[in-house]
Design a protein around this ligand. Structure first.
Ligand code: G3H
Ligand code: 13P
Ligand code: ZN
Length: 340
């Protein structure tokens, strides 16, 4: 099947009451790991590329790898999403390349670090919505800012100082007409999120529930949702790595989010940890090896395992065959007719 719009995936997830993992990719092995996990668990899935990923891979390569994925795994509904677009221009170039969904992250200025104003965010997001919906492409926006700065997609602030305000979230959705809304509830990107296991209070789950109660039909997105499992940290450190002790977002809190309107769950770090651990193991245990396939194959397998587990935990497993894909051109007509 062709790539589908993220809006369709998330509308179906809302009907079924489950969440959809959105996994970041930069290369062939990561795309293959996700598609294999999707096949094994029969899951619809979102594959996303950041600006950094587009620059690293030269995004035309990524795009064609995605076309290959739709040919090799025709039974899997998959959307190609731009993660953390920093400007209208970046979103435009992704839409022109064939992405079926874009994120306009107007919570930050185009430098990806400085928190923006509400008016700037509305204006930039609204502009992207008009451009994207005319082509049937989905739009995710963000209100409130994520903490952390290590990946260039978070303000260098304490994660709790810019938690999303529910009233502002409601106003933002009304003024922009977006499809999915990323909210800040105390998570941050990367491995170093918390120094101890966070409770539902630390994570501001009550805030998430309040936002959902005001915006019942808006698909909520949780960024920074890696769980940073101890076993993956241990493998890296056992084989010469140097991770400091750290905690991620417990899966049970994500599941509580999914019960309360979260439809898209962003995971990158857990997969990075899984791949790096597998590569370190091969290189340490068999230093005589130098064929990249000797370590990329186990790395791909390790990532596939993490992704398959998350697909089961988020509830998307078993739903790949539930619906027929709606072509992007049909989605454009639906937006134009005010049906979405
Ligand atoms: O949002 C952050 C993702 O983990 C992507 O990170 O910008 O290093 O590719 P990146
Ligand atoms: P993690 O760093 O927790 O995997 O978050 C990824 C993310 O939010 C991508 O947008
Ligand atoms: Zn993110």
């Amino acid at each position: 099947m062709p790539m589908v719009s993220m809006r369709q995936l998330l509308d179906e997830a809302a009907k079924g009451g489950y969440g959809v993992g959105a996994f970041n990719v930069n290369n062939m092995e990561q795309i293959q790991a996700i598609m294999e996990a999707a096949r094994e668990t029969k899951s619809p899935v979102v594959i996303q590329a950041s600006r950094g990923a587009r620059a690293y891979s030269n995004d035309r390569f990524l795009y064609h790898l995605m076309l290959a994925a739709t040919e090799v795994y025709p039974e899997i509904p998959v959307a190609l999403h731009l993660d953390h677009g920093n400007s209208v221009e970046t979103c435009k170039s992704a839409i022109e390349m064939g992405f079926t969904s874009v994120m306009m992250d107007g919570s930050l200025m185009p430098d990806g670090k400085t928190p923006s104003t509400f008016d700037y965010n509305v204006k930039a997001t609204r502009e992207v919505v008009e451009m994207a919906h005319a082509k049937g492409v989905t739009v995710e926006g963000e209100i409130g800012v994520l903490g952390g700065i290590e990946d260039g997609h978070g303000a260098g602030v304490d994660a709790l100082s810019h938690v999303t305000d529910p009233e502002q979230a409601e106003e933002f959705v009304k003024q922009t007409g977006l499809d999915a809304l990323a909210i800040a509830i105390g998570t941050s990107h990367g491995a170093y999120k918390f120094t101890r296991k966070p409770t539902g209070e630390v994570l501001k789950m009550d805030r998430l529930i309040e936002i959902h109660n005001r915006l019942k039909t808006t698909h909520l997105v949780m960024h920074g949702s890696s769980s940073v499992p101890q076993d993956l940290q241990d493998i890296i450190n056992k084989y010469g790595g140097k991770l400091r002790p750290t905690f991620g977002v417990p899966v049970e809190e994500i599941q509580l989010g999914i019960k309360n309107g979260v439809r898209k769950v962003n995971v990158d770090t857990d997969n990075r940890l899984a791949m790096t651990g597998a590569i370190r193991k091969v290189l340490m245990e068999t230093p005589e090896k130098f064929d990249p396939r000797d370590y990329l194959k186990p790395a791909r397998e390790a990532m596939k395992k993490v992704v398959a587990l998350r697909m089961t935990q988020f509830g998307q497993a078993g739903h790949a065959g539930d619906y027929q894909p709606i072509p992007i051109s049909e989605m454009a007509k639906k937006y134009a007719a005010g049906k979405l």
